[in-house]
Ligand binder design. Structure first.
Ligand SMILES: NC(=O)C1=CN([C@@H]2O[C@H](COP(=O)(O)OP(=O)(O)OC[C@H]3O[C@@H](n4cnc5c(N)ncnc54)[C@H](O)[C@@H]3O)[C@@H](O)[C@H]2O)C=CC1
Ligand SMILES: CC(=O)N[C@@H]1[C@@H](OP(=O)(O)OP(=O)(O)OC[C@H]2O[C@@H](n3ccc(=O)[nH]c3=O)[C@H](O)[C@@H]2O)O[C@H](C(=O)O)[C@@H](O)[C@@H]1O
Length: 431
Protein backbone atom coordinates (compact mmCIF):
# COMPACT_ATOMS: atom_id res chain seq x y z
CA UNK A 1 0.00 0.00 0.00
CA UNK A 2 1.31 3.45 -0.90
CA UNK A 3 1.43 5.94 1.95
CA UNK A 4 1.99 9.07 -0.13
CA UNK A 5 1.49 9.92 -3.80
CA UNK A 6 3.30 13.11 -4.85
CA UNK A 7 1.86 14.80 -7.94
CA UNK A 8 4.60 16.62 -9.88
CA UNK A 9 8.32 15.74 -9.62
CA UNK A 10 9.97 19.10 -10.33
CA UNK A 11 12.09 21.40 -8.15
CA UNK A 12 9.66 20.95 -5.25
CA UNK A 13 8.00 17.58 -5.76
CA UNK A 14 11.17 15.52 -6.20
CA UNK A 15 12.99 16.77 -3.07
CA UNK A 16 9.73 16.40 -1.11
CA UNK A 17 9.14 12.85 -2.35
CA UNK A 18 12.77 12.02 -1.55
CA UNK A 19 12.65 13.36 1.97
CA UNK A 20 9.39 11.54 2.77
CA UNK A 21 10.92 8.30 1.44
CA UNK A 22 13.96 8.86 3.67
CA UNK A 23 11.58 9.43 6.61
CA UNK A 24 10.25 5.88 6.16
CA UNK A 25 7.12 6.41 4.05
CA UNK A 26 6.30 4.38 0.95
CA UNK A 27 6.12 7.08 -1.68
CA UNK A 28 5.04 7.12 -5.32
CA UNK A 29 6.14 10.11 -7.35
CA UNK A 30 3.85 10.72 -10.33
CA UNK A 31 4.60 13.14 -13.18
CA UNK A 32 2.62 13.76 -16.35
CA UNK A 33 5.82 14.43 -18.31
CA UNK A 34 7.15 11.06 -19.57
CA UNK A 35 10.64 12.50 -19.99
CA UNK A 36 10.80 13.39 -16.30
CA UNK A 37 9.72 9.86 -15.41
CA UNK A 38 12.20 8.11 -17.72
CA UNK A 39 15.09 10.37 -16.66
CA UNK A 40 14.45 9.68 -12.99
CA UNK A 41 14.12 5.97 -13.64
CA UNK A 42 17.65 6.13 -15.06
CA UNK A 43 18.59 7.65 -11.67
CA UNK A 44 19.29 11.03 -13.23
CA UNK A 45 17.88 14.20 -11.68
CA UNK A 46 16.69 16.52 -14.45
CA UNK A 47 17.72 19.81 -12.78
CA UNK A 48 20.64 21.04 -10.69
CA UNK A 49 20.19 21.08 -6.94
CA UNK A 50 23.18 20.42 -4.66
CA UNK A 51 22.95 17.06 -2.87
CA UNK A 52 19.69 15.97 -4.48
CA UNK A 53 21.12 13.52 -7.01
CA UNK A 54 22.56 11.33 -4.27
CA UNK A 55 19.60 11.22 -1.90
CA UNK A 56 17.06 10.82 -4.71
CA UNK A 57 19.05 7.87 -6.11
CA UNK A 58 19.22 6.30 -2.64
CA UNK A 59 15.46 6.71 -2.20
CA UNK A 60 14.72 5.11 -5.60
CA UNK A 61 17.21 2.29 -5.05
CA UNK A 62 15.66 1.49 -1.67
CA UNK A 63 12.26 1.27 -3.42
CA UNK A 64 10.80 3.62 -0.82
CA UNK A 65 10.36 6.03 -3.74
CA UNK A 66 8.84 4.71 -6.95
CA UNK A 67 8.60 6.97 -9.98
CA UNK A 68 5.49 6.47 -12.11
CA UNK A 69 3.74 7.92 -15.12
CA UNK A 70 0.34 7.00 -13.67
CA UNK A 71 -1.06 8.21 -10.35
CA UNK A 72 -1.85 5.64 -7.67
CA UNK A 73 -4.31 5.30 -4.83
CA UNK A 74 -2.65 6.41 -1.57
CA UNK A 75 -3.57 7.52 1.94
CA UNK A 76 -2.05 10.94 1.34
CA UNK A 77 -1.79 12.96 -1.90
CA UNK A 78 0.58 15.94 -2.09
CA UNK A 79 0.25 18.34 -5.03
CA UNK A 80 3.47 20.01 -6.29
CA UNK A 81 2.41 21.01 -9.80
CA UNK A 82 3.40 24.26 -11.53
CA UNK A 83 1.25 27.36 -11.07
CA UNK A 84 2.39 29.57 -13.94
CA UNK A 85 1.44 33.16 -14.43
CA UNK A 86 -0.53 34.47 -17.37
CA UNK A 87 1.27 37.76 -17.97
CA UNK A 88 -1.40 39.30 -20.18
CA UNK A 89 -4.26 38.60 -17.76
CA UNK A 90 -2.02 39.14 -14.69
CA UNK A 91 -3.64 36.00 -13.31
CA UNK A 92 -2.45 32.62 -12.09
CA UNK A 93 -3.05 29.73 -14.44
CA UNK A 94 -4.51 27.12 -12.10
CA UNK A 95 -5.14 24.49 -14.78
CA UNK A 96 -2.51 22.12 -13.34
CA UNK A 97 -3.99 22.36 -9.83
CA UNK A 98 -7.47 21.64 -11.17
CA UNK A 99 -6.13 18.73 -13.26
CA UNK A 100 -4.35 17.23 -10.25
CA UNK A 101 -7.59 17.64 -8.27
CA UNK A 102 -9.55 15.74 -10.94
CA UNK A 103 -6.93 12.96 -11.01
CA UNK A 104 -6.97 12.59 -7.24
CA UNK A 105 -10.79 12.77 -7.19
CA UNK A 106 -10.86 9.61 -9.31
CA UNK A 107 -8.69 7.78 -6.78
CA UNK A 108 -9.96 9.27 -3.53
CA UNK A 109 -11.03 6.97 -0.64
CA UNK A 110 -12.61 7.77 2.69
CA UNK A 111 -10.15 9.15 5.22
CA UNK A 112 -7.51 10.14 2.65
CA UNK A 113 -5.65 13.42 3.12
CA UNK A 114 -4.93 15.85 0.24
CA UNK A 115 -2.29 18.56 0.66
CA UNK A 116 -1.61 21.40 -1.78
CA UNK A 117 2.04 22.57 -1.68
CA UNK A 118 2.05 24.63 -4.89
CA UNK A 119 2.05 28.41 -4.50
CA UNK A 120 -1.45 29.70 -5.29
CA UNK A 121 -3.64 32.81 -5.03
CA UNK A 122 -5.70 33.05 -1.83
CA UNK A 123 -8.85 30.83 -1.81
CA UNK A 124 -7.49 28.35 -4.41
CA UNK A 125 -7.51 25.35 -2.04
CA UNK A 126 -11.18 25.82 -1.21
CA UNK A 127 -12.51 27.29 -4.45
CA UNK A 128 -10.48 25.52 -7.15
CA UNK A 129 -9.12 22.30 -5.65
CA UNK A 130 -11.90 21.27 -3.27
CA UNK A 131 -14.70 21.22 -5.91
CA UNK A 132 -12.59 18.97 -8.15
CA UNK A 133 -11.93 16.55 -5.29
CA UNK A 134 -15.60 16.52 -4.28
CA UNK A 135 -16.61 15.31 -7.74
CA UNK A 136 -15.66 11.96 -6.17
CA UNK A 137 -18.86 12.19 -4.12
CA UNK A 138 -16.80 12.48 -0.93
CA UNK A 139 -16.99 15.66 1.12
CA UNK A 140 -13.90 17.55 2.34
CA UNK A 141 -13.70 17.76 6.11
CA UNK A 142 -16.24 14.97 6.55
CA UNK A 143 -14.94 12.12 4.37
CA UNK A 144 -11.40 13.24 3.58
CA UNK A 145 -8.88 15.81 4.81
CA UNK A 146 -7.69 18.85 2.86
CA UNK A 147 -4.95 21.35 3.71
CA UNK A 148 -2.53 23.86 2.23
CA UNK A 149 1.11 23.59 3.27
CA UNK A 150 3.11 26.04 1.13
CA UNK A 151 6.75 25.34 0.30
CA UNK A 152 9.38 27.98 1.16
CA UNK A 153 12.74 26.39 0.24
CA UNK A 154 15.43 28.39 -1.53
CA UNK A 155 16.77 26.84 -4.77
CA UNK A 156 20.45 26.07 -4.23
CA UNK A 157 19.88 25.21 -0.56
CA UNK A 158 16.75 23.08 -0.77
CA UNK A 159 17.85 19.97 1.07
CA UNK A 160 18.81 21.89 4.21
CA UNK A 161 15.83 24.26 4.04
CA UNK A 162 13.29 21.44 3.57
CA UNK A 163 14.18 20.28 7.04
CA UNK A 164 15.08 23.56 8.70
CA UNK A 165 12.47 26.07 7.47
CA UNK A 166 9.39 26.81 9.50
CA UNK A 167 6.08 25.70 7.98
CA UNK A 168 2.60 27.16 7.88
CA UNK A 169 -0.29 24.73 7.63
CA UNK A 170 -3.92 25.64 7.09
CA UNK A 171 -6.49 22.84 6.90
CA UNK A 172 -10.15 23.19 6.04
CA UNK A 173 -10.94 21.78 9.50
CA UNK A 174 -9.03 21.01 12.66
CA UNK A 175 -8.54 17.33 11.84
CA UNK A 176 -7.08 18.11 8.39
CA UNK A 177 -4.65 20.55 10.02
CA UNK A 178 -3.64 18.10 12.76
CA UNK A 179 -3.04 15.24 10.33
CA UNK A 180 -0.92 17.48 8.09
CA UNK A 181 1.13 18.71 11.06
CA UNK A 182 1.75 15.11 12.13
CA UNK A 183 2.95 14.22 8.63
CA UNK A 184 5.42 17.12 8.23
CA UNK A 185 6.61 16.68 11.80
CA UNK A 186 8.29 13.49 10.57
CA UNK A 187 11.13 15.53 9.04
CA UNK A 188 10.65 19.27 9.68
CA UNK A 189 13.02 20.61 12.33
CA UNK A 190 11.70 24.19 12.17
CA UNK A 191 8.49 25.41 13.84
CA UNK A 192 5.21 24.21 12.34
CA UNK A 193 2.55 26.90 12.74
CA UNK A 194 -1.11 26.41 11.97
CA UNK A 195 -3.88 28.67 10.76
CA UNK A 196 -7.59 28.07 10.91
CA UNK A 197 -8.05 27.99 7.14
CA UNK A 198 -6.07 27.35 3.94
CA UNK A 199 -6.57 30.92 2.69
CA UNK A 200 -4.48 32.40 5.50
CA UNK A 201 -1.67 29.95 4.71
CA UNK A 202 -1.89 30.82 0.99
CA UNK A 203 -1.77 34.54 1.83
CA UNK A 204 1.16 34.20 4.27
CA UNK A 205 3.28 32.41 1.66
CA UNK A 206 2.61 35.10 -0.94
CA UNK A 207 3.31 37.83 1.61
CA UNK A 208 6.83 36.42 2.15
CA UNK A 209 7.79 36.64 -1.52
CA UNK A 210 6.04 39.98 -1.92
CA UNK A 211 8.05 41.36 0.98
CA UNK A 212 11.28 40.27 -0.69
CA UNK A 213 10.32 41.59 -4.12
CA UNK A 214 9.19 44.95 -2.70
CA UNK A 215 12.32 45.25 -0.58
CA UNK A 216 14.52 44.59 -3.65
CA UNK A 217 12.55 47.26 -5.56
CA UNK A 218 13.41 49.72 -2.79
CA UNK A 219 17.08 48.71 -3.08
CA UNK A 220 16.91 49.20 -6.87
CA UNK A 221 15.32 52.63 -6.49
CA UNK A 222 17.96 53.60 -3.92
CA UNK A 223 20.66 52.45 -6.36
CA UNK A 224 19.28 54.68 -9.11
CA UNK A 225 19.02 57.63 -6.70
CA UNK A 226 22.53 57.07 -5.29
CA UNK A 227 23.87 57.16 -8.83
CA UNK A 228 22.49 60.66 -9.23
CA UNK A 229 24.64 61.73 -6.26
CA UNK A 230 27.59 59.79 -7.64
CA UNK A 231 27.84 57.66 -4.52
CA UNK A 232 28.12 53.89 -4.01
CA UNK A 233 24.58 52.63 -3.32
CA UNK A 234 25.76 49.36 -1.86
CA UNK A 235 28.01 51.11 0.63
CA UNK A 236 25.11 53.39 1.62
CA UNK A 237 22.74 50.42 1.99
CA UNK A 238 25.30 48.51 4.02
CA UNK A 239 25.66 51.49 6.38
CA UNK A 240 21.87 51.82 6.68
CA UNK A 241 21.51 48.16 7.52
CA UNK A 242 23.52 48.54 10.73
CA UNK A 243 20.38 50.01 12.29
CA UNK A 244 18.71 47.22 14.29
CA UNK A 245 15.38 47.57 12.45
CA UNK A 246 16.61 48.13 8.88
CA UNK A 247 17.29 45.32 6.40
CA UNK A 248 17.42 46.62 2.82
CA UNK A 249 18.17 43.95 0.21
CA UNK A 250 20.62 44.24 -2.71
CA UNK A 251 20.05 46.12 -5.95
CA UNK A 252 20.70 44.28 -9.21
CA UNK A 253 19.72 43.77 -12.85
CA UNK A 254 16.12 42.87 -11.98
CA UNK A 255 14.33 40.07 -10.16
CA UNK A 256 14.17 36.64 -11.78
CA UNK A 257 12.94 33.14 -11.08
CA UNK A 258 9.36 31.96 -11.27
CA UNK A 259 8.42 33.02 -7.75
CA UNK A 260 9.34 36.59 -6.81
CA UNK A 261 8.28 38.17 -10.14
CA UNK A 262 4.99 36.23 -10.08
CA UNK A 263 3.72 35.71 -6.55
CA UNK A 264 3.05 39.41 -5.81
CA UNK A 265 0.50 39.39 -8.65
CA UNK A 266 -1.20 36.30 -7.16
CA UNK A 267 -1.73 38.19 -3.92
CA UNK A 268 -4.17 40.71 -5.32
CA UNK A 269 -5.26 39.40 -8.68
CA UNK A 270 -8.91 40.14 -7.92
CA UNK A 271 -8.22 43.36 -6.03
CA UNK A 272 -7.86 47.09 -6.73
CA UNK A 273 -5.56 47.46 -3.74
CA UNK A 274 -2.35 46.28 -5.35
CA UNK A 275 -0.53 49.63 -5.43
CA UNK A 276 2.87 49.48 -3.74
CA UNK A 277 3.22 45.89 -4.87
CA UNK A 278 2.61 46.61 -8.55
CA UNK A 279 4.92 49.66 -8.47
CA UNK A 280 7.63 47.45 -7.00
CA UNK A 281 7.12 44.99 -9.84
CA UNK A 282 7.44 47.82 -12.38
CA UNK A 283 10.67 49.06 -10.78
CA UNK A 284 12.22 45.60 -10.78
CA UNK A 285 11.11 44.95 -14.36
CA UNK A 286 12.60 48.28 -15.47
CA UNK A 287 16.12 47.39 -14.31
CA UNK A 288 17.08 45.89 -17.68
CA UNK A 289 16.23 49.22 -19.30
CA UNK A 290 18.26 51.05 -16.66
CA UNK A 291 21.19 48.70 -17.36
CA UNK A 292 20.96 49.54 -21.07
CA UNK A 293 20.92 53.26 -20.22
CA UNK A 294 24.08 52.82 -18.15
CA UNK A 295 25.74 51.00 -21.03
CA UNK A 296 24.80 53.77 -23.45
CA UNK A 297 26.06 56.39 -21.00
CA UNK A 298 29.44 54.70 -20.56
CA UNK A 299 29.99 53.69 -24.19
CA UNK A 300 28.70 56.95 -25.65
CA UNK A 301 26.68 54.95 -28.16
CA UNK A 302 25.50 51.39 -28.52
CA UNK A 303 25.61 51.56 -32.31
CA UNK A 304 27.93 48.95 -33.77
CA UNK A 305 28.94 47.83 -30.30
CA UNK A 306 29.73 44.31 -29.21
CA UNK A 307 28.47 43.39 -25.76
CA UNK A 308 29.01 40.21 -23.76
CA UNK A 309 26.23 39.29 -21.34
CA UNK A 310 27.58 36.99 -18.63
CA UNK A 311 24.85 35.01 -16.89
CA UNK A 312 21.37 33.97 -17.93
CA UNK A 313 20.52 31.79 -14.94
CA UNK A 314 18.14 33.86 -12.81
CA UNK A 315 20.63 33.75 -9.93
CA UNK A 316 24.05 32.38 -9.04
CA UNK A 317 24.91 28.67 -9.26
CA UNK A 318 21.52 27.47 -10.56
CA UNK A 319 20.61 26.35 -14.09
CA UNK A 320 17.11 27.86 -14.08
CA UNK A 321 16.55 30.68 -16.61
CA UNK A 322 12.89 31.43 -15.89
CA UNK A 323 12.32 35.22 -15.93
CA UNK A 324 16.09 35.66 -16.06
CA UNK A 325 17.24 39.32 -15.87
CA UNK A 326 20.34 38.49 -17.96
CA UNK A 327 18.27 36.92 -20.70
CA UNK A 328 15.82 39.82 -20.64
CA UNK A 329 18.71 42.26 -21.01
CA UNK A 330 20.24 40.30 -23.89
CA UNK A 331 16.91 40.01 -25.69
CA UNK A 332 16.17 43.73 -25.24
CA UNK A 333 19.56 44.64 -26.68
CA UNK A 334 19.00 42.24 -29.58
CA UNK A 335 15.51 43.67 -30.18
CA UNK A 336 17.00 47.14 -30.60
CA UNK A 337 19.28 45.72 -33.22
CA UNK A 338 16.44 44.06 -35.11
CA UNK A 339 14.31 47.19 -34.88
CA UNK A 340 17.17 49.10 -36.45
CA UNK A 341 16.54 52.14 -34.30
CA UNK A 342 18.66 53.89 -31.76
CA UNK A 343 16.58 54.59 -28.70
CA UNK A 344 19.45 54.39 -26.32
CA UNK A 345 21.57 57.42 -27.00
CA UNK A 346 19.97 60.60 -28.13
CA UNK A 347 23.37 61.99 -29.07
CA UNK A 348 24.31 60.22 -32.28
CA UNK A 349 20.99 59.35 -33.92
CA UNK A 350 22.70 56.37 -35.60
CA UNK A 351 21.40 52.88 -36.28
CA UNK A 352 21.93 50.30 -33.56
CA UNK A 353 23.82 47.25 -34.71
CA UNK A 354 24.56 45.59 -31.43
CA UNK A 355 26.37 42.28 -31.42
CA UNK A 356 25.19 40.56 -28.22
CA UNK A 357 26.94 37.40 -27.12
CA UNK A 358 25.71 35.38 -24.19
CA UNK A 359 27.58 33.04 -21.87
CA UNK A 360 26.55 31.02 -18.83
CA UNK A 361 28.62 28.20 -17.27
CA UNK A 362 25.62 26.62 -15.49
CA UNK A 363 23.02 26.67 -18.28
CA UNK A 364 22.99 24.14 -21.11
CA UNK A 365 19.75 25.12 -22.91
CA UNK A 366 20.54 24.75 -26.64
CA UNK A 367 17.81 27.20 -27.67
CA UNK A 368 19.52 30.19 -26.05
CA UNK A 369 22.49 30.53 -28.45
CA UNK A 370 25.01 30.48 -25.64
CA UNK A 371 28.68 30.65 -26.57
CA UNK A 372 31.90 29.74 -24.72
CA UNK A 373 33.34 32.47 -22.50
CA UNK A 374 36.22 33.45 -24.78
CA UNK A 375 33.92 33.69 -27.77
CA UNK A 376 31.54 35.92 -25.82
CA UNK A 377 34.28 38.22 -24.60
CA UNK A 378 36.51 38.41 -27.70
CA UNK A 379 36.28 41.85 -29.33
CA UNK A 380 33.64 43.08 -26.83
CA UNK A 381 33.48 46.73 -25.86
CA UNK A 382 31.64 45.89 -22.65
CA UNK A 383 31.03 42.97 -20.32
CA UNK A 384 27.77 42.96 -18.40
CA UNK A 385 27.76 40.56 -15.48
CA UNK A 386 24.15 39.63 -14.73
CA UNK A 387 24.45 36.48 -12.61
CA UNK A 388 26.58 35.96 -9.52
CA UNK A 389 27.88 32.48 -10.36
CA UNK A 390 30.86 31.54 -8.18
CA UNK A 391 32.78 30.77 -11.37
CA UNK A 392 32.52 34.41 -12.48
CA UNK A 393 34.21 35.63 -9.28
CA UNK A 394 37.34 33.82 -10.55
CA UNK A 395 37.44 35.72 -13.88
CA UNK A 396 40.87 37.19 -14.58
CA UNK A 397 40.61 40.89 -15.53
CA UNK A 398 44.00 40.70 -17.23
CA UNK A 399 42.88 37.85 -19.47
CA UNK A 400 39.52 39.50 -20.19
CA UNK A 401 41.29 42.72 -21.06
CA UNK A 402 43.48 40.93 -23.62
CA UNK A 403 40.41 39.43 -25.31
CA UNK A 404 38.31 42.61 -25.33
CA UNK A 405 38.33 45.66 -27.56
CA UNK A 406 36.96 47.98 -24.88
CA UNK A 407 37.38 48.30 -21.12
CA UNK A 408 33.88 48.58 -19.65
CA UNK A 409 32.69 46.08 -17.05
CA UNK A 410 29.16 46.61 -15.77
CA UNK A 411 28.93 44.42 -12.68
CA UNK A 412 25.19 44.54 -11.96
CA UNK A 413 25.51 42.21 -8.95
CA UNK A 414 28.66 43.77 -7.39
CA UNK A 415 30.12 40.30 -7.63
CA UNK A 416 33.65 41.15 -8.72
CA UNK A 417 36.56 42.78 -6.93
CA UNK A 418 36.29 46.43 -7.93
CA UNK A 419 39.92 47.30 -7.12
CA UNK A 420 41.30 44.32 -9.01
CA UNK A 421 39.34 45.22 -12.16
CA UNK A 422 40.07 48.94 -11.90
CA UNK A 423 43.79 48.22 -11.39
CA UNK A 424 43.73 46.10 -14.56
CA UNK A 425 42.58 49.20 -16.48
CA UNK A 426 38.84 48.54 -16.53
CA UNK A 427 36.13 51.15 -16.29
CA UNK A 428 34.33 49.26 -13.50
CA UNK A 429 30.69 50.20 -12.94
CA UNK A 430 28.08 48.66 -10.65
CA UNK A 431 24.35 48.95 -10.15
N1 LIG B 1 11.01 25.99 -7.48
C1 LIG B 1 10.96 26.68 -6.35
O1 LIG B 1 11.95 27.24 -5.92
C2 LIG B 1 9.70 26.79 -5.56
C3 LIG B 1 8.47 26.50 -6.13
N2 LIG B 1 7.32 26.63 -5.40
C4 LIG B 1 6.03 26.33 -6.01
O2 LIG B 1 5.91 24.90 -6.15
C5 LIG B 1 5.12 24.59 -7.31
C6 LIG B 1 5.90 23.65 -8.21
O3 LIG B 1 7.02 24.35 -8.68
P1 LIG B 1 8.29 23.61 -9.30
O4 LIG B 1 8.54 22.33 -8.59
O5 LIG B 1 9.36 24.62 -9.37
O6 LIG B 1 7.73 23.28 -10.77
P2 LIG B 1 8.43 22.37 -11.89
O7 LIG B 1 7.95 22.87 -13.18
O8 LIG B 1 9.88 22.23 -11.61
O9 LIG B 1 7.79 20.90 -11.63
C7 LIG B 1 6.45 20.59 -11.70
C8 LIG B 1 6.26 19.18 -12.28
O10 LIG B 1 4.85 18.88 -12.25
C9 LIG B 1 4.53 18.11 -13.41
N3 LIG B 1 3.08 18.21 -13.61
C10 LIG B 1 2.36 19.19 -14.21
N4 LIG B 1 1.04 18.93 -14.10
C11 LIG B 1 0.93 17.76 -13.42
C12 LIG B 1 -0.17 16.99 -12.97
N5 LIG B 1 -1.43 17.38 -13.19
N6 LIG B 1 0.07 15.84 -12.30
C13 LIG B 1 1.35 15.44 -12.06
N7 LIG B 1 2.43 16.13 -12.46
C14 LIG B 1 2.22 17.29 -13.11
C15 LIG B 1 5.39 18.74 -14.49
O11 LIG B 1 5.58 17.84 -15.57
C16 LIG B 1 6.69 19.05 -13.74
O12 LIG B 1 7.63 17.99 -13.84
C17 LIG B 1 4.77 25.93 -7.95
O13 LIG B 1 3.52 26.36 -7.48
C18 LIG B 1 5.85 26.86 -7.43
O14 LIG B 1 5.43 28.21 -7.42
C19 LIG B 1 7.35 26.99 -4.09
C20 LIG B 1 8.54 27.26 -3.46
C21 LIG B 1 9.81 27.19 -4.14
C1 LIG C 1 11.07 34.96 0.67
C2 LIG C 1 12.10 34.14 -0.02
O1 LIG C 1 13.25 34.18 0.33
N1 LIG C 1 11.69 33.39 -1.06
C3 LIG C 1 12.58 32.49 -1.79
C4 LIG C 1 12.37 32.65 -3.30
O2 LIG C 1 13.36 31.90 -3.97
P1 LIG C 1 14.16 32.57 -5.20
O3 LIG C 1 15.24 31.65 -5.60
O4 LIG C 1 13.19 33.00 -6.23
O5 LIG C 1 14.68 33.88 -4.44
P2 LIG C 1 15.96 34.82 -4.47
O6 LIG C 1 17.20 34.12 -4.08
O7 LIG C 1 15.56 35.99 -3.66
O8 LIG C 1 16.10 35.25 -6.01
C5 LIG C 1 15.10 35.87 -6.75
C6 LIG C 1 15.68 36.98 -7.61
O9 LIG C 1 15.89 38.13 -6.81
C7 LIG C 1 17.18 38.67 -7.04
N2 LIG C 1 17.65 39.32 -5.80
C8 LIG C 1 17.65 38.61 -4.64
C9 LIG C 1 18.04 39.21 -3.47
C10 LIG C 1 18.45 40.57 -3.48
O10 LIG C 1 18.82 41.15 -2.46
N3 LIG C 1 18.43 41.24 -4.65
C11 LIG C 1 18.03 40.67 -5.83
O11 LIG C 1 18.02 41.32 -6.88
C12 LIG C 1 18.02 37.45 -7.43
O12 LIG C 1 19.18 37.81 -8.12
C13 LIG C 1 17.02 36.67 -8.27
O13 LIG C 1 16.99 37.16 -9.60
O14 LIG C 1 11.10 32.16 -3.68
C14 LIG C 1 10.87 30.75 -3.37
C15 LIG C 1 9.51 30.37 -3.90
O15 LIG C 1 8.51 30.74 -3.34
O16 LIG C 1 9.47 29.64 -4.89
C16 LIG C 1 10.95 30.59 -1.87
O17 LIG C 1 10.69 29.22 -1.57
C17 LIG C 1 12.34 31.02 -1.40
O18 LIG C 1 12.46 30.87 0.00
Amino acid sequence: MTDICIHGLGYIGLPTATIFAHSGYDVVGFDTNPEVVSTLRRREVHFDEPGLQQIATEAIDSERLKVKSEPVSADIHIICVPTPFDDTKKQADLGNVAAAGRTIGNLLKEDDLVILESTVPPTTTEEVLQPQLEKSGLVAGRDFGLAHCPETVLPGNMIAELRENDRVIGGIDRRSTERTVELYDSFVEGEIRTTENPTTAEFAKLAQNTFRDTNIALANELAMLADEYDIDSRKAIQLSNHHPRVNIHHPGPGVGGHCLPVDPWFLGQESNNLNLVSTAREINDSMSNYTIELLGEELGTLSNSRIAVLGVAYKGNVDDTRNSPGLKLARELQARKSLGVNEVTATDGGIDDIDVRIHDPCVSDQTLDLVPLDEAVRGAEALVLTTDHTEYAQLSPTRMSKLMDGNLILDTMAHLNKNEWSDAGFNYRQI
